[in-house]
Design a protein around this ligand. Sequence first.
Ligand code: SF4
Length: 336
Amino acid sequence: MPKRVLSGMQPTGRLHLGHYLGVLKNYVKLQEKFDCYFMAANWHSMTAFYHDYAQAHNFIAPMISDWLAAGLDPEKSVIFVQSDVPYHAELCLILSMYTPVSWLERNPTYKEKQENVEKDIDSYGFLGYPVLQAADIFLYRGQLVPIGEDQLPHLELSREIARRFNHINKLENANAIIEPEPLLSPSPKVVGTDGRKMSKSYGNTLSLSEDENDLRDKIKKMKTDTARIKRTDKGNPENCPVFSYYDYFLPDRKTEINSQCRSAGIGCIDCKMIIADKIIMETLPFREYRKKVINDSALVQDILQAGADRAKKTAGATMENIRNTLGINKPCQINV
Ligand code: SF4
């Protein structure tokens, strides 16, 4: 039996090259080897979008469209929306009773996000989001969670919650919650058009479904080696965000572009247009799929409905087991 993988992505806006290179390409590979559950983590997105959740909800279908365009196959993977499976909320509530507040307060992301995110996310829900994450994984008895090394502390928290729950309830083997293992996955630091990490909050993204002309225009305006001012100046590709895209999209031309840049044999506009053409070609399926989805809104809905049915079946069985373990299913009786 292939091991089970659980992973989720928050629908918070248009997916960009960072998502494609850092997550989606990996998802597509994983579905060939594992029993994968991929979830639109819309309840997680509420931690930041609680004041206007309807907006975040509208990001779900475009995100799923990008997943499908990238090659995720609903026949191979279970693709679903978190809130379509209410067991997530139930298990999160139960696990929250077993999770000491101090564990959540020491979560490095909690403090970092509180300091860096402009929105007011100082909520009970945000503090407790690792508990919801743990519930997401445990419900599907996920054995592996694809993460980058920087996310290891989050998974460790899920593992600690599993251990505490199992220990307090004296659970072993088949009845125990599975402690998920990390599936360390490549997480390339894709830079945005301004040279900082590509992120919607920096406004420096190249979206997967972006119009061709907009893509070309954004790449044309990208920051390059700031010391290369005139066309005749020699450049240093190591200081150029544009050059980093050659790594992902045109590795065969890296050596040539590297030496041409260093000898001022190529201008920045030409260098940018070479990579722009390649990115436009690689993102064509995303634009095409988006058109398909716009013309046939049932396409994504049907996939998500089928995914929700399969997810509910798996999660429901786990939840039934947990309820029985805790005695929640017992009929209430007066025995005093
Ligand atoms: S030629 Fe290319 S790699 Fe060199 S600085 Fe210009 S854009 Fe960057």
